[in-house]
Design a protein around this ligand. Structure first.
Ligand SMILES: Cc1cc2nc3c(=O)[nH]c(=O)nc-3n(C[C@H](O)[C@H](O)[C@H](O)COP(=O)(O)OP(=O)(O)OC[C@H]3O[C@@H](n4cnc5c(N)ncnc54)[C@H](O)[C@@H]3O)c2cc1C
Length: 412
């Protein structure tokens, strides 16, 4: 192998998940160059089944960025969700409770597909299948990234690095020990998720608290259901035959009025562990962390992808301010701005998780307490509004001085 090929750009971005792709596109709209380095193939990134609930703010941002065309056509707008407990359903009218906000069901890998296509159409630079990605001189004003691709060595000189490489990426671990603090909570359960070729039983998501454990009925399209059930974190997928999964799902969604799930062929199944994690600060010198690289939430609040979008919205504006006027104030406040939202979302995700799941150490008292809490939400407009505001999403980029006003509109 010869000398490394030299490249240069404004911002080197690691990871072609929602965070990295959206950041690279927002930067492009601000006239800022980037090169995006991804370890996997394009196909892998575009077919990875993960999240699917987009907050209103994420939808608005994708639309404003010009990435919403297919989402507007194919995404399913939901104005409510159902909370199910004591074998009865209670609909929360998200739309009414939040003065017109909603969620959109549109799969994460579709967002990724749209963003990759948009980047390439605009001449964006994405390197898939990059190996041995490493950072150099991140504490200096001219950090470098080296990597291998197609048998060649490359080196990128840049002004900043955006670590958008997910929870298992290298960015967070490139920060010297002691410069960042980690907060972590593991949950004593996991989710067994399936994708099934069958129309969902309900047009809206159903969150079910059942004495056998939590279950969620969701969808990806009008003909593809996405269902989850709480299981042991060390569960062996091999002991879950398709018929056992359906039997358990039927039990956890049963109601006094004989609700029936639609059953169909299972296309895919997997187990997702549950944890809460926060890195603080989300920055070290010229390296900025965004999305899962900086924080993880349990999926109960449907927030992982939305937090990633909120981070890069702030980061893109901060880079814009730096390149436009040399002003580093927004970059300096990046971590603080994001972490305020991150912790509120951590609380919401933990709260939803604790309200619906069966804890191994929990007893009948705990279950009754959960039912009372759900009963409060079903009967108190104030409690329901709290859930609805958080579920449809807090406003993006909430500066301290605006914290009391609701839903400021944002613009790029
Ligand atoms: C299995 C699974 C299921 C999930 N289900 C849900 C759900 O149902 N609801 C929900 O709200 N959230 C869910 N999430 C969370 C949500 O998908 C994430 O929060 C979201 O993907 C975060 O986006 P991101 O861009 O920060 O990270 P990612 O999407 O993880 O993207 C990171 C990218 O970096 C790449 N990368 C990693 N290391 C390197 C490296 N060294 N060099 C170059 N590239 C690298 C990865 O290949 C990946 O493409 C799920 C997550 C997982 C893992």
């Amino acid at each position: 192998m010869g000398m490394a090929k030299d490249l240069s750009t404004h911002v080197g971005i690691i990871g072609a998940g929602p965070a990295g792709l959206l950041l690279s596109h927002l930067l492009h709209l601000h006239g800022i160059q980037s090169i995006l380095i991804e370890a996997q193939t394009r196909e892998h990134c575009e077919t990875r089944v993960r999240a699917g609930v987009l907050e209103q703010g994420t939808v608005d941002l994708l639309n404003e960025a010009g990435a919403g065309e297919r989402m507007r056509r194919e995404g399913l707008i939901h104005h409510g969700i159902e909370l199910r407990f004591n074998r009865r359903g209670h609909r929360l009218d998200l739309h009414q409770l939040t003065n017109g906000r909603a969620i959109t069901v549109y799969a994460q890998h579709e967002v990724v597909k749209d963003l990759v296509a948009l980047r390439f159409d605009a001449g964006g630079r994405i390197v898939f299948q990059a190996g041995q990605v490493q950072f150099h001189d991140i504490a200096s004003s001219s950090p470098r990234i080296t990597f291998q691709h197609g048998g060649e060595a490359y080196e990128i000189s840049c002004d900043f690095i955006a670590g958008c490489d997910g929870f298992h990426g290298i960015s967070r671990n490139s920060i010297p020990g002691g410069a960042v603090r980690f907060y972590e909570k593991a949950y004593p359960f996991a989710w067994l998720g399936i994708l099934a070729e069958v129309p969902p039983a309900s047009n809206e998501l159903i969150y079910s608290n059942h004495e056998r454990g939590f279950a969620l009925s969701s969808m990806r399209t009008p003909t593809i259901s996405r269902l989850y059930l709480q299981c042991d974190p060390h569960e062996d997928l091999a002991v879950w035959s398709d018929s056992r999964i359906w039997e358990e799902l039927h039990r956890r969604f049963e109601t006094v009025d004989s609700f029936r799930l639609n059953q169909g062929p299972i296309l895919q199944k997997g187990i997702t562990s549950m944890r809460s994690f926060v890195a603080d600060p989300m920055q070290y010198s010229r390296l900025f962390l965004a999305g899962d690289a900086a924080h993880i939430v349990p999926p109960t609040g449907a927030k992982g992808l939305n937090l990633a979008a909120a981070d890069v919205y702030v980061l893109a504006r901060a880079f814009d301010s730096w390149y436009r006027s040399g002003n580093s104030a927004l970059l300096d406040r990046y971590s603080e701005t994001c972490l305020r939202r991150v912790w509120r979302v951590q609380h919401f995700s933990w709260w939803m998780t604790s309200m619906f799941h069966r804890f191994p150490e929990g007893d009948e008292f705990d279950h009754r307490r959960q039912l009372a809490e759900l009963g409060n939400i079903a009967s108190s407009r104030a409690a329901a509004t709290y859930l609805a505001e958080n579920y449809t999403g807090l406003p993006f980029d909430l500066p301290e001085e605006l914290a009391q006003t609701s839903w400021p509109t944002h613009s790029l």
